[in-house]
Design a protein around this ligand. Structure first.
Ligand SMILES: [Zn+2]
Length: 382
C-alpha cells in the first residue's frame, strides 16, 4: 500500500468553517480521518497555504485549444487543461447545433462520462431564444419540443446533467417538466422571458439560472424579468461567470448577497482558448476572436464564452469581489457538486470522499492540485 500523505499546517476550508493549522490525510484515492493509517506517512508541510476542495465546473465548453464539441482527444485535452487549474470535476457543455450532431456528440460524451473523465453533459441550446442567442447559431435554434428534449436525454445514456432552455418558447414549460421528471436539471437561460413566465418555469421544476444576468433581459423596476424571479426563488441556484468581463463586480456581489452563498455556482463557461490565449477559435459552428482574454464572435461581436479557469475565478472572488473564502468554496465546489448529485464523493474535504483538493498560496494563487490522491499539479513541497 502506498504511504499516506499528510498535508499539514494549512488553513483548511471545511463545510463547518476554516481550521487553521489543519491537516488533511490522504490514503490511496480518498481522504481519510485525522490520523494516518500507516506509520510511513509522507508529511507535506503546507503552512501559509490554503487547502480547499477541488473545483466543480458545471458549465464549460472547452480549453487548451480543444472543445467538448470535438473528438475524444479534444475532450480529454480540454479536461486536462482545466484540471491543471484546479477543476477536478467538470460537466461538458455543448453549444447549439443540428439535432443529429448533438445526438452523436452526446453518445461520445456519455462514453467519457462512463470512464469518469467528465461528470456529465450540459446541452446549452438549441432550445433557446433568438432574441438572446449570444454566441449560438441563429439558423439552428428551435422551440423546445419535449420529444426532441427526450431525444437528447436518451442520447446521453443516463449522463445528461442539464439542459439550458428558454422556457417562454412554445413547448418550454412541458420540456422543463419532462427534464425534472427525468432527473435532469432544467436551467433557465438565453431567455427573453418575463418575470411571470420565469416564475411559471420555476414552478414547473427549473432549478438553475444559466449565467445569471448574461443572455437575458436586465432587471428593470417595472419589468423585473427573469433576473428578479431567479434571484428571489430559493429553489434556484444561479450560475455566475466571475471573469471581470461578463459581470460588473457590483452585480456579482448583489447576486451573492441576495441569493446567499448556498445558492450560487461559480462557472467558467470557458471555450477553447481557456488555458492558451488570444487568437482565432471555433465555438461550435461559429468563429470567435479572442483578444486580451475576451472571446467575441467575429460576426456581430457578441461575447462568446470566456477564457476563464476556476483558479482565476476563485482568486478574483476573494481578492477583487471581497467575498468570504468559505462562501467562495461553497460556490465553486459544494453547491455544484450537490446539484450534480455527486456531493457524496466530491465537493468538500471530508473523510471518505475522493482526495480532490486544491492548494493555494496566501494570495490565493494556485500552487497544487490533487485528484483522487494523485498530484495533477505537484506543489513540490517537502
Ligand atoms: Zn455556455
Amino acid at each position: 500500500m502506498a504511504p499516506s500523505k499528510v498535508l499539514a499546517g494549512a488553513r483548511v476550508v471545511l463545510p463547518t468553517g476554516i481550521v487553521t493549522d489543519g491537516r488533511v490525510v490522504v490514503e490511496g484515492t480518498r481522504i481519510a480521518g485525522a490520523a494516518p493509517g500507516n506509520e510511513h506517512a509522507e508529511i507535506i508541510d503546507v503552512r501559509d497555504h490554503w487547502l480547499v476542495p477541488g473545483f466543480v465546473d458545471m458549465h464549460n465548453h472547452g480549453g487548451g485549444g480543444a472543445s467538448f464539441s470535438g473528438t475524444a482527444d479534444d475532450i480529454l485535452t480540454a479536461v486536462r487543461t482545466h484540471r491543471l487549474h484546479g477543476t477536478t470535476t467538470l460537466v461538458a457543455s455543448t453549444v447549439t447545433d443540428d439535432m443529429d450532431v448533438l445526438v452523436k456528440q452526446a453518445g461520445l460524451l456519455s462514453e467519457l462520462a462512463e470512464q469518469g473523465d467528465i461528470a456529465g453533459i450540459h446541452f446549452e441550446g438549441p432550445f433557446i431564444s433568438p432574441c438572446r442567442k449570444g454566441a449560438h447559431s441563429a439558423a439552428l435554434l428551435r422551440d423546445p419540443d419535449p420529444a426532441e428534449v427526450r431525444k437528447l436525454i436518451d442520447a446521453g445514456r443516463g449522463r445528461a446533467s442539464m439542459v439550458t432552455l428558454a422556457a417562454e418558447l412554445p413547448g418550454g414549460i412541458d420540456s422543463v417538466r419532462l427534464l425534472a421528471e427525468h432527473g435532469v436539471i432544467a436551467a433557465i437561460g438565453h431567455t427573453d422571458a418575463t418575470y411571470e413566465q420565469t416564475v411559471e418555469a420555476i414552478d414547473a421544476g427549473a432549478t438553475v439560472a444559466t449565467h445569471l444576468f448574461n443572455a437575458m433581459p436586465p432587471l428593470g423596476h417595472r419589468t423585473p424579468g427573469p433576473v428578479a424571479a431567479l434571484l428571489e426563488d430559493e429553489r434556484i441556484t444561479v450560475e455566475l461567470i466571475d471573469d471581470g468581463t461578463h459581470l460588473h463586480p457590483a452585480a456579482l456581489q448583489l447576486a451573492f448577497h441576495h441569493a446567499g452563498a448556498g445558492r450560487v455556482a461559480l462557472i467558467t463557461d470557458a471555450m477553447d482558448a481557456a488555458g492558451i490565449g488570444d487568437g482565432r477559435y471555433m465555438l461550435g459552428p461559429l468563429e470567435v476572436e479572442v483578444s486580451e482574454g475576451v472571446a467575441r464572435l467575429v460576426e456581430g461581436g457578441s461575447i462568446a464564452g470566456s477564457t476563464l479557469t476556476l483558479d482565476r475565478a476563485f482568486q478574483r472572488a476573494v481578492t477583487v469581489d471581497r467575498l468570504p473564502v468559505e462562501d467562495v468554496v461553497a460556490a465553486i465546489s459544494a453547491n455544484p457538486a450537490r446539484l450534480l448529485g455527486v456531493y457524496d464523493r466530491v465537493g468538500s474535504l471530508e473523510p471518505g470522499k475522493d482526495a480532490d483538493l486544491v492548494l493555494l498560496d496566501a494570495g490565493f494563487g494556485l500552487k497544487g492540485v490533487m485528484r483522487r490522491g494523485e498530484w495533477v499539479v505537484d506543489p513540490q513541497l517537502g
